[in-house]
Write a protein that binds this ligand. Structure first.
Ligand code: PEP
Ligand code: MG
Length: 595
């Protein structure tokens, strides 16, 4: 979005994706391979620098062999062979000799020399006709990053450990692998140049309760690390060097927010019951076992979505059955008897596993993702299913399959689940024989065959983040078309209604665990369309409960019946807003500041 200036403040605009206001110093983060330091060497330092390079190559080779061995054990020889190409890059003497020549002739450090030579190779490979060679660019990039990590002694992802105070983090994009190890206590708010309300940065910000903006174009050019700024996650602005007047205006807004938070604290211990007496379970979405404390603190009634892929990313081998069992067990035991819906691995799309998804795909969201990937990796999938089954002995665990497009995938997953049960019986390990399995409804084809899926599921959970992207053909990560990503599009309402109708005929309950469920404005519409329960990021749970306690289910049904007759997404959104604002004005009063 364009930058503008007012009252001497520099204002950058973006898409507000997580509410709240924060102020502090900025920290601009650029991906690892964009920042390779260069320094000059003295003549006598050159031999030691070449030795340092050789050592990094040996360490990288050892690391790759280790990964290859682990992948062979878990996923078989074919997947492990992928690493032969990586190892060949390291053994390429022509490349290594050229790096050594750079160090010697240019008298530059090893990381800079390696980076320059690798860039040249990648550019050459990318331009050849031969498809096989072109695909080697990804291998080369992976190996280059590993070698540079060894040379620079840096871990994958964003390292904020050197910062004394928390910062407003500004980045081009924030992927799960960038942020998984990041010290979240050092972050006041997030700003990215790309993304949309359902991109990882937005979901992360909401789950941490941090204000955030996405789609702030040229943020990396405009913002300088260390600059003082104010981030308004309600109205979508990042104000650089805010004036005293602006700080005063926002001081008022922050005070209104504090009043609201006090009110919201009251609903934590109260159930979400509508004014006409319907109880709506509100659950929480989590990404790791540690989030269980946030679930308890926000007053959620269990976990409606445990995104398990975060256990898998940024590591050299998949987590073992024991490690996964421990994570799922911890959550299940802490919340028992409340339900914990564990979603099986949803890698692919924007969530990559460094050693597994090594090929660049043209359309990752339409590609080797989620249940498709798991069914082709049965050994790895079974490790997870056994861990979930074992955790089911310790709490109210349910399992949910992501990206189901038709009944065959559901059947194949169930066959594997049954085999895992047999293995556990043979081992004498306990599990819940009646473990419930559910399907995520997030692909339009799943909606169309929901009646068939309902015969083989115990529950449905609608993943609106993906359902909207696939139904409207709008990439959920792309800020340029974010305006087309419309949750109130008539087609989306019909898809949700078709799902709840099919579920009702089969006697199934339907939840929503996409981001729509955490937006108070849209909650009455979802309930009116026949959704039984909602699952949202923990910081959003109190406002969802607060809103539910101030509406009648009958008026939500009237709203939905009216909306299903409408043609315009904007018109539907307007009426949803009007209803929510009238029912719970306090939730919205404190959001606006005009600059
Ligand atoms: C969804 O698609 O709505 C969902 C909850 O899953 P994710 O955002 O992890 O794809
Ligand atoms: Mg999804």
């Amino acid at each position: 979005m364009a930058a503008a200036s007012s009252q001497g403040n520099r204002i950058l605009r973006g898409i507000p994706v997580s509410p709240g206001v924060c102020r502090g110093k900025t920290f601009v983060w650029r991906p690892a391979d964009a920042e390779v330091p260069r320094w000059e060497l003295r003549e006598e330092e050159i031999p030691a620098e070449i030795e340092r390079l050789e050592r990094a190559l040996v360490d990288t080779r050892r690391q790759l062999l280790d990964v290859q061995r682990q992948v062979r054990e878990v996923m078989g020889a074919e997947q492990a062979d992928i690493f032969d190409a990586h190892l060949l890059v390291l053994e390429d003497r022509v490349l290594v000799d050229e790096v050594v020549r750079w160090i010697t002739r240019e008298r530059v450090n090893a990381e800079y020399a390696f980076h320059r030579v690798a860039q040249k190779y990648m550019a050459a490979l990318a331009s050849v006709e031969d498809e096989y060679l072109r695909e080697r660019v990804a291998d080369m990039r992976d190996v280059t990053n590993r070698v540079l990590n060894h040379l620079l002694g840096r871990a994958h992802g964003i390292d904020l450990s050197h910062l004394r105070d928390a910062v407003i983090l500004v980045a081009h994009d924030l992927t799960p692998s960038d942020t998984i190890q990041m010290d979240k206590r050092k972050v006041l708010g997030l700003v990215t140049e790309v993304g949309s309300p359902t991109s990882h940065a937005a979901i992360l910000a909401r789950s941490l309760g941090l204000p955030a903006l996405v789609g702030v174009s040229h943020a990396l050019q405009e913002v300088i690390s260390g600059q003082y700024a104010l981030l308004d996650g309600f109205n979508g602005t990042l104000i650089l060097n805010p004036s005293d007047q602006v700080l005063f205006e926002y001081g008022q807004l922050v005070r209104r927010q504090i009043t609201l938070e006090e009110k919201l604290r009251e609903v934590v211990a109260q159930p979400a019951v509508t004014l006409d007496g319907h109880r709506i379970p509100v659950l929480a979405n989590i990404e790791q076992a540690d989030d269980v404390e946030a679930v308890q603190a926000c007053g959620a009634e269990g976990v409606g979505l445990f995104r398990t892929e975060y256990l898998y990313i940024n590591r050299d081998h998949p987590p073992s059955e024991e490690e996964q069992y421990e994570a799922y067990r911890r959550v299940a035991a802490a919340l028992c008897p409340q339900p914990v819906i564990v979603r099986t691995l949803d890698l692919g799309g924007d969530k990559f596993l460094s050693h597994l998804v090594s090929q660049q795909e043209m359309n990752p969201f339409l590609g080797w993702r989620a249940i498709r990937l798991c069914l082709q990796q049965p050994e790895m999938f079974s490790v997870q299913l056994r861990a979930i089954l074992r955790a089911s002995a310790e709490g109210n665990v349910k399992v949910m399959y992501p990206m189901i497009s038709g009944v065959d995938e559901l059947c194949q997953a169930d066959v594997l689940l049954e085999a895992c049960k047999q293995q556990l019986r043979a081992r004498g390990q306990p599990f819940n024989e009646h473990l419930e399995t559910g399907a995520m409804i997030e692909i339009p084809s799943a909606v169309l065959v929901a009646d068939v899926l309902a015969r083989r599921s115990k529950f449905f959970s609608i993943g609106t983040n993906d359902l909207i992207q696939y139904a409207l053909a709008v990439d959920r990560m792309n800020e340029r078309i974010a305006h087309l990503y419309e949750p109130t599009h008539p087609a989306i309402l019909r898809l949700i209604r078709m799902t709840t109708d099919a579920a009702e005929r089969a006697g199934l309950r339907v939840g929503v665990c996409g981001e729509m469920a955490g937006e108070p404005v849209l909650v009455p519409l979802l309930l009116g369309l026949g959704v039984h329960e909602l699952s949202a990021a923990p910081p959003l749970v109190p406002q969802v409960k607060y809103l539910i306690r101030r509406i009648k289910l009958s008026e939500a049904r009237e709203l939905a019946a009216w909306a299903l007759q409408q043609e315009s997404a904007a018109e539907i959104l307007r009426r949803c807003r009007a209803l929510a604002h009238e029912a719970a004005p306090l939730l919205f009063q404190s959001r606006r500041v005009d600059l």
